[in-house]
Ligand binder design. Structure first.
Ligand SMILES: NC(=O)c1ccc[n+]([C@@H]2O[C@H](COP(=O)([O-])OP(=O)(O)OC[C@H]3O[C@@H](n4cnc5c(N)ncnc54)[C@H](O)[C@@H]3O)[C@@H](O)[C@H]2O)c1
Length: 301
């Protein structure tokens, strides 16, 4: 796909990966429609992108609402005359134990990380089919689409579904002979963003800000481990954005920024193979993870 001159709409673009993708898109000569549930950071993002010389539209949108995705698609076409790319980026992570996850938390994570993608596809893909020019749908899934860790009840459930939903789009486009829409799924490892602050956008009744979930050692240690990664050597989202847009330009179905160390790849392969052959590959993975959780717990003291 030729990115220069194309129009991209990005959800969750006020910060993190979404903003990095928007900035990289501007650098590559794309017009960008950025959207986010947080109005003020979205406005700051718009100003920053315009300062780079970008043609920018900012639309406040809550991706859990189907009507907001429809309004984003309509506003993008109204402003730029077309839309060539949808980036399903908005998402959140919060750890919990499988048997203690409140129903409202499960609903929030699935609405935000999964159903939002279906809303985006319904709003944008028919417009892209009508346009007939080169278009693309990019989903920011996660390495959690391939593996499951302790505490990942809602996140891995959601990201496995995000992967399947976007692969289903790919298969349906091919089966229906829709030749102008490419699909890419990014499955990054840990990136340096604000993902470890879910309370910034979570519904107030989930009370994530009070940290009650940290009474559970597994939840506390897992979130600590991820925070340590984010604060330490985690990949910069700008580097991830470059890799991801390269993959889109090359028409690749998958791209895995920061999820490519030999150990990570070996684990994901073992789990995928085990699922296909009926062998449980989680044993050795669990040993390593439990040691990492012990270490993370130590760093809190
Ligand atoms: N940071 C990582 O380590 C990492 C790794 C793999 C995948 N991802 C995925 O990347 C995507 C972006 O996450 P990030 O790391 O940039 O996190 P982030 O928290 O920095 O950014 C997420 C953005 O989404 C917005 N958002 C939240 N709820 C929304 C809603 N209902 N409607 C619209 N926007 C909403 C937030 O306001 C925020 O600007 C997510 O899908 C995440 O799961 C992140």
């Amino acid at each position: 796909m030729e990115l220069r001159g194309a129009v991209v709409a990005i959800t969750g673009a006020a910060g993190g990966v979404g903003f990095a993708l928007a900035r990289e898109a501007v650098r590559r000569g794309m017009s960008v429609a950025i959207s986010d549930i947080r109005a003020e950071p979205l406005e700051d993002a718009r100003k920053a992108l315009e300062a780079l010389g970008g043609a920018v539209l900012a639309v406040r949108a809550d991706v859990t609402k189907s009507a907001d995705l429809e309004a984003l698609a309509a506003a993008t076409v109204a402003r730029f005359g077309k839309v060539n790319m949808l980036v399903n980026n908005a998402g959140a992570f919060v750890a919990s134990l499988a048997w203690e996850t409140p129903e409202a938390q499960l609903d929030w994570i699935l609405d935000l990380n999964v159903k939002s993608i279906a809303h985006g596809i319904r709003a944008f893909v028919p417009r892209m089919i009508t346009q007939g020019d080169p278009c693309h749908v990019l989903t920011i899934a996660s390495g959690a689409a391939l593996t499951v860790y302790p505490g990942y009840t809602t996140y891995s459930t959601a990201k496995h579904a995000a992967l399947a939903l976007t692969e289903a789009l790919y298969m349906d486009l091919a089966a229906e002979g829709v030749g102008n829409i490419g699909v890419t799924i990014a499955m990054p490892g840990i990136l340096r963003t604000e993902i470890m602050s879910p309370e910034k956008t979570s519904p107030a009744d989930l009370a994530l800000a009070d940290g009650g979930r940290f009474q559970r050692r597994t939840v506390r240690a897992m979130e600590q481990m991820m925070r340590n990664h984010v604060a330490g050597g985690a990949m910069n989202p700008d580097d991830a954005a470059r890799q991801i847009l390269d993959a889109v330009a090359e028409g690749r179905l998958y791209v895995l920024p920061a999820h490519d160390s030999p150990a990570t790849v070996a684990t994901a392969k073992a789990i995928a193979t085990g699922r296909a052959t009926g062998e449980n590959a989680y044993g050795p993975v669990l040993d390593g993870i439990l040691r990492s959780l012990d270490k993370a717990e130590e760093t809190r003291k």
